[in-house]
Design a protein around this ligand. Structure first.
Ligand SMILES: *[C@@H]1O[C@H](CO)[C@@H](O)[C@H](O)[C@H]1NC(C)=O
Length: 380
């Protein structure tokens, strides 16, 4: 894998849901180790349009008929906006010392950069952050966890337009300014490498754009739009990083990074083609984002394969990408087998663009115990 990590001097482990926790004990970890829980704004906050919050892409999408299997939505969710004190108390009772959550972009900027800052939104996150710190819980704040003000979707197609870079930069600036005196861990985008796939390749996340055979959508282009939107995400991330590094890091003394979805691939057969396929799958899924944010450009393998479908970074953009992340967050859920299908790929699945068929079983045996656990680790 084309990636370098500095020595893991500090690790954070967010245990989203562990079903066999009995074997883990705090004494096995260094004192400085942070244990945490994690959420995202749309999944927990509720208060969807209250206190001047603007509609997000999810507020609109979940109300479209047929988009959500059971017809549910996050209008109320866990009512965290009103119950946050109880929730922090719950975390405290678990003994965690870090909490990863995301800010709802449209709660801070209901209309993106085209309207006012919502003081109610700023006040809510101030109360939350202050309460966490009073309980000895470090806030790890994600700027966007798959959500964006609907206004930006309606105005210019959100991530499809390079305009979004200005909006994300403006939003990040406000968050650093308002919360950065107390927030010492920032994440620009959550699982940024999954977002283009779900939203613009498979069409299962808002704005629900795709083409056959990837999915059934009314609009979109699954072969091109994921690469355009990823490009705008990478550059939006870079704008936020360079602003933080140049204007905030010295005085606020925090760190900033990105969180990516990191599935691992094992070769299905012990043959060279499948060893290469496993590497290729990892490159196309993870290095797609890691290489630009670490090395300033896309992986050579991807450039060769996608040619003009992959946007190019200008010299100026490459220069901006030189200001790098302080850490990388890896959300690891599972490992799967990868089988080369270079000469026989029939269906274009989400791994099909890497010419790889993936499976969790080999000779009728599962690659591992099926479980409900996943852990996200942040590596410095
Ligand atoms: C895979 O093949 C190589 C070379 O043929 C062999 O050395 C290695 O032990 C094999 N690995 C497994 C897991 O079977």
């Amino acid at each position: 894998m084309a990636m370098t990590l500095t020595v893991a001097s500090s690790l954070v482990l967010f245990l989203h849901f562990i079903s066999s926790i009995a074997s883990i004990d705090r004494s096995q970890f260094p004192n400085s180790f942070l244990f945490g829980v994690a959420t995202s704004s749309y999944q927990i906050e509720g208060a969807a349009l209250e206190d001047n919050k603007g509609a997000s892409n999810w507020d609109v999408f979940t109300h479209l008929p047929g988009k959500i299997d059971d017809g549910s939505n996050g209008d109320v969710a866990d009512d965290h906006y009103y119950l946050y004190e109880d929730d922090v108390e719950l975390m405290h009772s678990l003994g965690v010392n870090s909490y990863r959550f995301s800010i709802s972009w449209s709660r801070i900027l209901p209309r993106g950069r085209f309207g006012q800052i919502n003081e109610f939104g700023v006040a809510f996150y101030n109360k939350l952050i202050n309460l966490l710190l009073s309980k000895g819980i470090q806030p790890f704040v994600t700027l966007s966890h798959y959500d964006i003000p609907q206004e930006l979707e309606d105005r210019y197609g959100a991530w499809l337009s390079s305009e979004v870079q200005r909006d994300f930069g403006y939003y990040a600036e406000i968050c650093f300014r308002e919360f950065g005196d107390r927030v010492k861990h920032w994440v620009t985008l959550n699982e940024a490498n999954l977002w283009p796939k779900f939203s613009y390749m498979l069409g299962t996340y808002p704005p629900g754009r795709c083409t056959q055979p990837f999915g059934n959508c009314d609009f979109g282009d699954s072969t091109i739009e994921p690469y355009i939107t990823a490009h705008n995400m990478i550059l939006s991330h870079a704008i936020a990083i360079s602003n933080y590094k140049k204007n905030y890091q010295m005085k606020q003394e925090g760190v900033i990074g990105i969180v990516l979805y990191a599935k691992w691939y094992e070769p299905f057969r012990n043959i060279t083609a499948d060893h290469i396929a496993a590497k290729r799958a990892l490159t196309f899924a993870l290095d797609w984002f890691l290489d630009p944010v670490i090395f300033g450009d896309y992986p050579p393998d991807m450039k060769a394969f996608f040619s003009s479908r992959l946007p190019a970074f200008t010299d100026l953009e490459k220069k901006m990408l030189q200001l790098k992340v302080d850490f990388i967050g890896l959300n690891h859920y599972t490992t799967i087998y990868a089988q080369d299908c270079k000469f026989s790929c029939e269906v274009a699945t989400s791994d099909g663009n890497a010419m790889v068929i993936t499976t969790t079983e080999r000779n009728g045996r599962s690659i591992g115990e099926p479980g409900m656990h996943n852990a996200a680790t942040i590596v410095y």
